[in-house]
Design a protein around this ligand. Structure first.
Ligand SMILES: [Zn+2]
Length: 199
């Protein structure tokens, strides 16, 4: 018989990416087997993350509550002329790892997707428009995925920014089709950033 608290633990762990039923069950049992080494520190780490991690009010990346706007937004050494638009905060981590971009970021929090009922109102588009007007960017670099939804989002953003006069560019191809930025390796990303083109 499986105990209810363990079952509950398995169920939640099973929602994490990379966890199947079996691995969720193994992880749950490992946690309860070693409370002081695993369960308690995990509980502490979860508490801290829940309390301290927030979304940057300016760019939408993850930051800690006492640094909002985040370090990337406030760093005076970064190039304030270019803003790189991504779908998710994880994409920012990947682009930073490529070392090829030194401007600002803006995470949309997703992409347009009729099938998942994700319309423009669900994305951080208004704040992008506002930032383009207020922060004086000269270029908006779209680092969106290369699937139909990414294309639709790119088109939408270009139309939205039309009257601002800002130059809109997009990553060069070379990124595997249908894959997100977060899964691209640093070298491929560097080439895609360097070879960006107008849209
Ligand atoms: Zn920020």
């Amino acid at each position: 018989m499986i105990l209810k608290p363990i079952e509950e633990l398995e169920r939640v762990l099973g929602r994490l990416p990379g966890f199947g039923r079996r691995s969720a069950s193994r992880a749950a049992l490992a946690l309860v087997r070693e409370p002081s080494r695993l369960l308690e520190p995990l509980k502490q780490a979860l508490d801290n993350a829940a309390k301290e991690i927030v979304v940057c009010s300016r760019c939408g990346a993850f930051t800690v509550s006492n640094r909002n706007p985040c370090d990337t937004c406030t760093d005076p050494t970064r190039d304030g002329a270019v803003v790189c638009v991504v779908e998710e905060p994880a994409d920012i981590v990947s682009i930073e790892a490529s070392g090829a971009f030194k401007g600002r970021y803006h995470s949309l929090g997703g992409k347009l997707s009729p099938s998942r009922r994700q319309g423009p109102e669900k994305l951080r588009l208004d704040s992008l428009l506002e930032r383009v007007k207020e922060e004086g960017f000269t270029e908006v670099l779209l680092a969106l995925s290369t699937d139909m939804e990414g294309d639709a989002t790119a088109l939408y953003v270009r139309e939205m920014l039309k009257d601002t006069g800002v130059k809109v560019t997009r990553l060069a191809f070379g990124l595997p089709a249908d894959s997100g930025i977060a899964y691209s390796d640093p070298l491929t990303l560097r080439r895609a950033i360097q070879g960006r083109r107008d849209v």
